[in-house]
Design a protein around this ligand. Structure first.
Ligand code: NAD
Length: 704
């Protein structure tokens, strides 16, 4: 698992060998202990180089060991031994040095890296901290501010950036191991790790706490780095261990590790018809057509171009096309600069002729949300595109199967539902209809992956998975306001839970008119009417009444909140709204009552979760991981809570069921509070672990 050879006469070369990423498994750790001991005691060895086999230095801890009992030698004493060696030790970093891998490199006296290698301490994203000395050695090497940034965000660096920060001593484009051996031969004698003056930065803790939205790991990371700045090394190491012990057993670490694995689970998609990721081969795609260059089409074009695809972008008129071209160029440049990628010129061709997409392999339609317009477009595309071109729609709510029925080849139609801004947001819902070919699903999933998205395959239904679950959540928030809460009370509870924005601030940001239009299309809006029952169920006309007053949210300077001016982002409570609500309640005969944050969370979240169970029951999502990844990557559900379904499993399914029953008794006219039969089945099966839910879902059951 680690081999020692002698090269160039006096250099002991230790190679880690544990494909694919040389993870620090028990055997690798033992291998390091043995080879370091031999190298240090061999008089012919004057210096040591540590590298990884197969072009990768070390990907860090073996995450498979997390759940079980750790055996083998622990990392901290191994790294201390390396650091204390009286012969210079050089890390030769190729591929990646992540987590424990970078901590190993930090314990070495020098680091030589390949310019393209990726370095980072991503532990915080798993709810942990770098607990093998990373929080103590990195600030001593590069200072507190830079170390805090890397440790609290977990972001990756390239070798070139690492050189700028002082993490590594040399960057090479040549053979890294050879460069490291040459470097080792040039070291005269002895060595010392660089110790910089460390000082704490005031205000860091408040800043990190604010952006952590309740996550505890970033806060613990700051505490550990504070210890590095104020305590001697040994005491700092002790503090690091204590902080790690609290994080290790926490529910947040479990939730974050669940997210880590779930991202892989959702890429292994399956549908009720039996098509699967491993039996469906994606079609190669190099050229994509985007129709409609509004908010979404622009972002999609940028994301495609950044992924290296050539794009044919189509608008209706010259003027719209020019405006879009200008906007796309700016977005593309800014994003490429931020990500440090270089662009290949002329990747995007603009046109006002639909025929321009005649030779593409896949089309993504992003025109107005209007079924008649999309029907016409799909008919045209089906005639003018090549016979095997995939036709995809970015619709947020329209029936994919109906769109497919407009074409000659319904099997080639799928939904590709991006989220705004489409070049930034990580989520892509790939919506298959009953007639979609497995290859069409596989191709859309693969294209999403190439665009850097977390692609989740879901079935066709109104709102698909994300927006369908959002409906009861948003409705419940309005009902709470009718009953006595204010938008501030509801939003505060949800933000303290960990959402970056509560329902009402979010709704003001995206525009109240968006939902108004959807409700109008569903025949729910009755202008000027206050009735609270529509289509046989409870309805809150509050959002419609605000829209009738021209209150569309941030863009009009008022909505659920008041803003300084149209377009301003600073939400303030609006006294007008307060008196409007009082008058509304009085006219409805509603007696306002005090609503606490527990009720806000239970009613909004359990309604959302309950719809998630209905979706699982219907097979629209294949498993709870699919729903959770949709919510974490598309809807701001706090990652450290794992997603709505994981959160339900942490709360306890019996508890969720009991509270839903309680609220349903109080509000029998709200159908989405009626507990899902799958939730009942899971509870009566003893509330199994979330990883076992799929078995219960598949089990035949009586529908009584
Ligand atoms: P938008 O109004 O910003 O843009 C639509 C664009 O399509 C306009 O520029 C218009 O000129 C163009 N267009 C209309 N008819 C066309 C035609 N026949 N040929 C070429 N171009 C045409 O709309 P948007 O917000 O980008 O939404 C587009 C689609 O994406 C809708 O189906 C919407 O439901 C969906 N969607 C929107 C969001 C969002 O947050 N805005 C999120 C996910 C999905």
């Amino acid at each position: 698992m680690a081999a020692l050879t002698r090269v160039s006469g006096s250099v002991g070369l230790i190679s880690l060998l544990n494909p694919p990423v040389n993870a620090l498994s028990a055997a690798v750790r033992q291998g390091i202990v043995d080879t370091v001991r031999r190298a240090v005691s061999d008089p012919q060895v004057k210096s040591v180089v540590i590298c990884g086999q197969n072009g990768v230095f070390c990907g860090g801890a073996d995450i498979k060991e997390f759940g079980g009992h750790m055996s083998g030698p622990p990392l901290v004493p191994i790294f201390n031994t390396i650091e204390a060696a009286d012969k210079p030790v050089v890390a030769a970093i190729e591929g990646s040095a992540l987590g424990g891998g970078l901590e190993l490199a930090l314990a070495c006296h020098y680091r030589i890296t390949q310019s393209k290698a990726r370095l980072g301490l991503p532990e915080v994203s798993l709810g942990l901290l770098p607990a093998a000395g990373g929080t103590q050695r990195l600030p001593r090497l590069i200072g507190v501010p830079a170390a805090l940034d890397l440790i609290t965000t977990g972001r990756h660096l390239t070798g070139a950036e690492a050189l700028k920060l002082g993490i590594v001593d040399q960057v090479t484009d040549q053979n890294t191991v050879e460069a490291a051996v040459k470097f080792a031969l040039s070291i005269p004698s002895g060595c010392n790790i660089c110790r910089l003056h460390l000082s704490e930065r005031p205000g860091v803790m408040q800043r990190v706490k604010k952006s952590a939205h309740g996550a505890i790991a970033p806060v613990a990371c700051v505490q550990a780095v504070q210890a590095a700045a104020t305590l001697p090394f040994t005491q700092g190491m002790q503090r690091e261990q204590e902080l790690m012990a609290t994080l290790f057993g926490s529910g947040q670490a479990r939730a974050l590790q669940y997210c880590f694995f779930s991202q892989r689970v959702v890429s292994k998609w399956s549908s009720p018809s039996g098509s699967r990721w491993d039996t469906s081969k994606p079609k190669p795609v190099t050229k994509v057509g985007v129709i409609g260059l509004g908010t979404m089409g622009r972002g999609i074009t940028v994301a495609l171009a950044l992924a290296g695809l050539s794009v044919v972008a189509v608008e209706t008129q010259q003027q719209q096309m020019m405006a879009a071209q200008h906007a796309v160029s700016g977005m593309l440049e800014r994003t490429a600069r931020r990500r440090g990628v270089s662009l290949v010129g002329d990747q995007i061709r603009y046109s006002v002729e639909l025929e321009a997409v005649a030779d593409v392999e896949l089309v993504i339609e992003a025109v107005f949300e209007d079924m008649a317009l999309k029907e016409k477009l799909f008919k045209q595309l089906s005639t003018l595109c090549k016979a095997d071109t995939l036709l995809c729609s970015n619709t947020s709510s329209l029936d994919i199967d109906h769109l497919a029925s407009q074409t000659h080849s319904p099997q080639l139609v799928v939904g590709m539902h991006f989220f705004a801004p489409a070049h930034v947001m990580k989520l892509l819902e790939v919506v298959y209809g009953p007639r979609s070919a497995p290859q069409a699903v596989a191709t859309a999933m693969e294209l999403g992956k190439r665009m850097g998205k977390v692609s989740v395959a879901v079935g066709n239904c109104s709102g698909f998975v994300g927006n369908r679950m959002l409906m009861p959540y948003v409705e419940e928030a309005s009902f709470l306001v009718e009953e006595g809460a204010s938008p501030e009370i509801v939003d505060r509870a949800l933000e303290e839970f960990g959402f970056p924005m509560g329902v009402f601030r979010m709704s003001d940001l995206s525009g109240l008119d968006v939902g108004w239009k959807v409700r109008k299309a569903r025949g729910l809006v009755e202008p000027g009417q206050m009735s609270r029952v529509r289509q046989g169920r409870r309805y809150s006309p509050l959002g419609d009444l605000l829209c009738e007053q021209g209150r569309f949210g941030q863009k009009t300077g008022r909505g659920w909140y008041l803003y300084d001016s149209a377009g301003s982002r600073e939400a303030q409570p609006d006294p007008w709204l307060q008196s409007f609500l009082e008058e509304y309640r009085a006219r409805q005969g509603l007696v306002s009552r005090r609503i606490d944050s527990q009720e806000v969370l239970e009613r909004c979240l359990y309604a959302l979760i309950n719809e998630g169970f209905n979706i699982l029951q219907e097979g629209i999502a294949a498993g709870p991981e699919d729903i959770d990844m949709i919510y974490v990557f598309g809807y701001g559900f706090p990652r450290h809570r794992g997603g709505p379904m994981f959160y339900a499993s942490q709360v306890g399914l019996a508890q969720v069921l009991q509270r839903l029953e309680h609220y349903q008794q109080l509000h029998p006219d709200i159908p989405h509070l009626r507990p899902s039969s799958l939730l009942r089945r899971l509870v009566s099966s003893g509330s199994p672990r979330i990883q076992r839910w799929r078995e219960i879902i598949r089990m035949p059951h009586s529908s009584l």
